[in-house]
Design a protein around this ligand. Structure first.
Ligand SMILES: Nc1ncnc2c1ncn2[C@@H]1O[C@H](COP(=O)(O)OP(=O)(O)OP(=O)(O)O)[C@@H](O)[C@H]1O
Ligand SMILES: [Mg+2]
Length: 409
């Protein structure tokens, strides 16, 4: 308090003195001398400000060596990829601290205790809440988590082994949950201490492969640098490689990836994603890549009942629901949509439900004078779904088919 007052006083006095000096100089000094004097004062104060600032910066760096080591100043917002980890340690730190307390061979540990210590229960809860079904995928995630938990416990007993290979391949049709699971996987690996930051960098061919000589290596390296400490998720990875195109730079990118996947496997996890059949062809042409992938997770297309359940869960999260008739209409809609081009499983469900909400809102708004209950605002009716242009399209297609049949008779 006192210090602040003294500082304010000092500044005020300085300002008053400068003002008085200016007024006196203006009244008594000849103009030429006034300009010379003013310029001199300006130069002196400029160099003081610059010098003081430089000294302060040098002092700050010197007095906070931890900043150079990557620590964040108190109160600073976390950077992209950083987490408010609630005091969680990086893998290196965690391993180092665990090294100190190697357990006696007679001691015992429980994996449930270890699971709690790693705080990974949230990831599984979130997986269950976000994703309906996908039982085989969730089982595989559990298996990977078990492998890493056991590895952690072994480490506590001093049983060191090379870090398990964690590069993965997620295959499946569009909208089957690959990206969603990859995000959860990144979080899981971070919590278990296998990734320093746990962020996910989404990349496609254009983010990795250049179009001119000398363009690809820097592009690939930049993307890899962004992903360090987290997951590099390469969507439609088969487009990296164009067989038979000698002018393609994809192979250069694959070679760099292979090297980093081998040498920096404790800093980065690569997840390749795409359609299963195309990934199989890609692996056949790139056996080096295939041998570096430890875990394959296959995301099967959803069946009708699963899609309906996914829709129900999505609506539930936003306090909407389908009336009994609306659910039947939604089934009909999905049956038609599944046979259409560009059907994208759960994403198509999400998109259609958003359009249904729009029609529901428009239906309510078109009779603005009617009183509405809470239930009216939550309940989607069959009319909101049957108004989809897909039904009109299907009707005209069957009409055309019918007339074609009649003509052929
Ligand atoms: N099993 C599921 N339950 C609930 N929502 C799901 C499920 N699977 C996917 N979704 C939702 O569908 C949308 C698309 O999922 P996501 O982006 O993970 O699919 P993707 O396989 O990566 O698709 P693409 O191959 O087109 O990139 C997301 O909004 C996601 O939350
Ligand atoms: Mg995706």
């Amino acid at each position: 308090m006192y210090g602040l007052k003294l500082k304010t006083w000092k500044s005020s006095l300085l300002i008053v003195a400068s003002l008085m000096a200016i007024i006196l100089a203006f009244s008594y000094l000849p103009p030429a001398l006034l300009v010379t004097f003013g310029g001199l004062v300006f130069l002196l104060s400029g160099s003081y400000v610059i010098g003081h600032n430089t000294w302060k910066q040098t002092k700050d760096i010197g007095s906070r060596p931890s900043l150079a080591a990557g620590a964040r100043p108190v109160g600073a917002r976390p950077q992209r990829g950083e987490r408010k980890s609630g005091g969680r340690k990086s893998r290196a730190e965690a391993r180092a601290s665990r090294k100190v307390e190697i357990l006696h061979p007679e001691e015992t540990v429980t994996l449930s205790g270890e699971r709690e210590a790693a705080d990974i229960e949230d990831v599984f809860t979130s997986l269950d809440n976000q994703l309906v079904g996908l039982v085989p995928v969730k089982k595989k995630v559990e298996e990977i988590a078990s492998l890493l938990l056991v590895d952690r416990v072994r480490h506590r007993f001093g049983l060191d082994a090379p870090r398990p290979n964690l590069h993965m391949c997620f295959t499946g049709d569009p909208g089957t949950g690959k990206t969603t699971v990859a995000l959860q996987m990144a979080d899981l690996l971070f919590r278990l201490g296998y990734l320093e930051k746990g962020h996910l960098v989404h990349a496609m061919r254009d983010d990795l492969v250049g179009e001119f000589i000398g363009h690809t290596a820097p592009k690939t390296k930049r993307t890899l640098e962004r992903a360090m400490g987290g997951v590099l998720f390469i969507d439609e990875a088969y487009y990296l490689y164009r067989s038979g195109d000698s002018k393609d730079y994809g192979q250069e990118c694959i070679d760099i990836l292979l090297q980093v996947m081998e040498n920096d496997r404790d800093k980065l996890v690569v997840i390749l994603a795409g359609y299963k059949d195309r990934m199989d062809v890609f692996f056949e042409s790139n056996p080096g890549m295939s041998s570096r992938i430890a875990h394959h997770l296959d995301f099967a297309p959803y069946k009708l009942d699963e899609l309906v359940a996914i829709g129900r869960a999505m609506l539930d999260q936003s306090f909407y629901y389908l009336s009994a008739d609306a659910e039947m209409a939604f089934r009909e809609y999905l049956t038609l949509r599944m046979g259409q081009p560009r059907f994208a499983n759960a994403r198509s469900v999400r998109n259609e439900l958003e359009r249904t909400r729009l029609r529901h809102a428009f239906r309510l708004a078109s009779e603005p004078e009617l009183s509405r209950t809470k239930d009216d605002l939550m309940r989607l009716e069959a009319a909101d779904i049957l108004a989809s242009p897909l039904f009109t399209l299907a009707e005209s297609v069957s009409a055309v088919e019918e007339s074609a049949r009649r003509l052929s008779r």
